[in-house]
Design a protein. Structure first.
Length: 87
C-alpha cells in the first residue's frame, strides 16, 4: 500500500524509479549480507558482533580517508574565485 499511495499522489517517472530503486536496494543489500554471513559461517551472536564491529571499523576508516579529499571552506572559496576569474 505504501507503493500504491506514493504512486497515486506523485505519478511521476522519477518517483517510480525512486521507490523501486529503494526497495530493490534494500533487498539486494539484505541478500548480500546474508550471503556474506553464510559464506563466513557467522551463525552466533558473538561472531555477528565481531563481524559488525569490523565492518563499522572499515567504514569509519574509509570515510576518514575520503574526508581528506573534501576541501576546507577557505580552499573551496579560493577555487571558486579562481574559477570565476577564468570565466
Amino acid at each position: 500500500t505504501i507503493l500504491h499511495q506514493t504512486l497515486f499522489f506523485k505519478s511521476q517517472g522519477k518517483e517510480v524509479i525512486s521507490v523501486l530503486g529503494y526497495r530493490f536496494g534494500k533487498s539486494a543489500s539484505s541478500l548480500v549480507l546474508s550471503a556474506i554471513t553464510h559464506t563466513l559461517g557467522i551463525g552466533g551472536l558473538r561472531e555477528l558482533s565481531y563481524f559488525t564491529t569490523a565492518a563499522a571499523a572499515l567504514w569509519l576508516g574509509t570515510a576518514w580517508r575520503l574526508s581528506n579529499f573534501v576541501p576546507t571552506r577557505a580552499e573551496a572559496e579560493e577555487a571558486y574565485k579562481t574559477m570565476k576569474k577564468g570565466s
